[in-house]
Design a protein around this ligand. Structure first.
Ligand SMILES: Cc1cc2nc3c(=O)[nH]c(=O)nc-3n(C[C@H](O)[C@H](O)[C@H](O)COP(=O)(O)OP(=O)(O)OC[C@H]3O[C@@H](n4cnc5c(N)ncnc54)[C@H](O)[C@@H]3O)c2cc1C
Length: 464
């Protein structure tokens, strides 16, 4: 007899969605979270010292809300009386050279998109058709970087645009991003650029309702999820870091500094790259190849600067993609979606930048590598502030609140020569979920896909 049916390690969105689904399917679940809060990088909080400013963990657009994996989980397991309400996300505006235009998602818009030189637009169209041809004759494009298919005559502006897109969609540069990740022949609309359904799925045109922002911020999605837990079937413990997972044949034991818990199965939602440090298997060890793959996973790093403004500077309904700022930025005025996220008459805006990878930030980094990484981060933060001041002259006169976050949006980026985890592990009663366990989509949709697959695998294994 075990203490619990399933122990879920980590209370981010993927761990909590797993706990909800398992409990609704009749399992007794324990969730162990090392922090003193729930939600991981999917939550909101009031900024200390600035009452009335409610920031999310990074700027968010929730994708595929009509038919995607999160919707499927909400339909199946959320209490209908407490479903979150979503506000349409609006247009993605591209900012280049001080001008903004909606993202060109159709061939017609692409040809009119004069933020890039005409020659660049024609060259990029040509490259796209080349890729299409290569794909149709069965060429494997999973190890070909986007940078390798760019025409030699493309201007620096055109290259930067593609590099921006690559960071935005995949969390890595055009040198590291595989072409295959951009190609998708299933979902494209008749008037979209052929075979870039994946781009279409991420970037909406005006009027599309598939992407949204949760009214009340990310916290309202988290709140709905937690309120949907069935009574007495889910126990959640915060401030309990899991330090060991022992697996025997039929029973697993999950160990924290406060105690140990036995269960039929464990689902781990922390970084898969740390899993080999936690797992102990009776009479054996994890296969070397598996460990090597997990160790080569590359996480995505980000910096978000939140500004509280005394007047409304960002007037568009939607977000801005700053292609020529250094570093690149994605700007979302969240109080335009829900004014209650800022004090009356104020505007709350999040600027998310991608941060370069750094060995010094890995858990096992040496002390001098950590110190170097810290210096590098301070430099990046200064650069990011300067980019805001340069792009919006005079903004500093309206700033009354500044709040910075350095967070990992995805625990694995889908890059060339980088590892990726999987829901299944070589250990019989141990599974993983989260953004490094499933390659489909990105962000919360990817986390939700991992949970759907986890449930499928549990059914196949007769645990559900
Ligand atoms: C800046 C930024 C912008 C983003 N923009 C978008 C967007 O526009 N659209 C979108 O869909 N998504 C976006 N995301 C991504 C999305 O928020 C994440 O992909 C998602 O929330 C990840 O969920 P997760 O459960 O996989 O991981 P996490 O949230 O990282 O959860 C893992 C949890 O496990 C806990 N944990 C780890 N190790 C242990 C241990 N040993 N013991 C106990 N607990 C442990 C952690 O503390 C954490 O709570 C963004 C994220 C950021 C940071």
């Amino acid at each position: 007899m075990t203490d619990y049916g399933v122990v879920v390690v980590g209370a981010g969105i993927s761990g909590l969605l797993s706990a909800l689904a398992l409990s609704k399917e009749g399992k007794r679940v324990l969730v162990l979270e090392k922090e003193n809060f729930l939600g991981g990088v999917c939550r909101s909080y009031e900024v200390e010292g600035y009452p009335g400013y409610w920031v999310d963990t990074g700027v968010h657009a929730l994708t595929r809300l009509e038919r995607g994996p999160l919707r499927e989980l909400m339909n199946r397991y959320f209490d209908p009386a407490v479903l979150p309400r979503f506000v349409p996300f609006g247009t993605y505006y591209v900012r280049i050279g001080g001008r903004t235009k909606p993202f060109p998602w159709s061939v017609k818009d692409w040809l009119m998109f004069d933020l890039l030189p005409t020659k660049d637009r024609l060259l990029l169209m040509k490259s796209l058709f080349n890729v299409l041809y290569l794909s149709s004759v069965g060429k494997d494009l999973s190890a070909v970087p986007i940078s390798a298919i760019l025409p030699a005559k493309l201007s620096a502006k055109g290259r930067r645009f593609l590099d921006w897109l690559s960071y935005f969609m995949l969390g890595t540069s055009a040198e590291n991003a595989p072409v295959s990740r951009f190609i998708d022949n299933k979902n494209h609309k008749p008037n979209s650029i052929p075979y870039i359904g994946k781009i279409y799925n991420l970037l909406i045109s005006e009027g599309a309702r598939d992407q949204g922002y949760p009214e009340g911020g990310l916290q309202s999605l988290l709140g709905s999820l937690l309120k949907s837990f069935p009574k007495n079937r889910v126990e959640v413990k915060t401030g309990e870091e899991v330090v060991k997972i022992n697996s025997e044949r039929e029973v697993a034991e999950v160990v924290t500094r406060a105690g140990s818990y036995s269960c039929e199965a464990v689902v781990y939602s922390g970084p898969a790259s740390s899993l080999p440090d936690l797992v102990e298997i009776e009479g054996g060890e994890l296969p070397g190849e598996y460990v090597e793959n997990l160790r080569s996973i590359r996480a995505v790093n980000s910096l978000t600067i939140w500004l509280g403004l005394t007047r409304k500077i960002f007037k568009n309904r939607g977000s801005e993609m700053w292609v020529d700022s250094d570093p690149y930025a994605w700007v979302v005025p969240t109080s335009n979606y829900d004014p209650k996220l800022a004090p009356h008459g104020r505007q709350l805006v999040g600027f998310t930048f991608s941060l370069p990878e750094s060995e010094g930030y890995k858990a096992n980094a040496k002390a001098n590598a950590k110190a170097n990484a810290e210096r590098e981060r301070r430099r990046e933060r200064r650069k990011a502030f300067d980019a805001i001041l340069k792009t919006v002259p005079g903004i500093e006169r309206a700033v009354e609140m500044v709040h910075c976050q350095e967070l990992v949006p995805e625990k694995a980026c889908w890059a060339i020569n980088a590892g990726f985890g999987d829901v299944r592990t070589p250990v019989k009663n141990l599974y993983t979920v989260g953004t490094d366990a499933e390659k489909r989509s990105a962000g919360i949709s990817r986390a939700a896909y991992s949970v759907l697959r986890f449930l499928e695998v549990l059914r196949a294994d007769k645990i559900l």
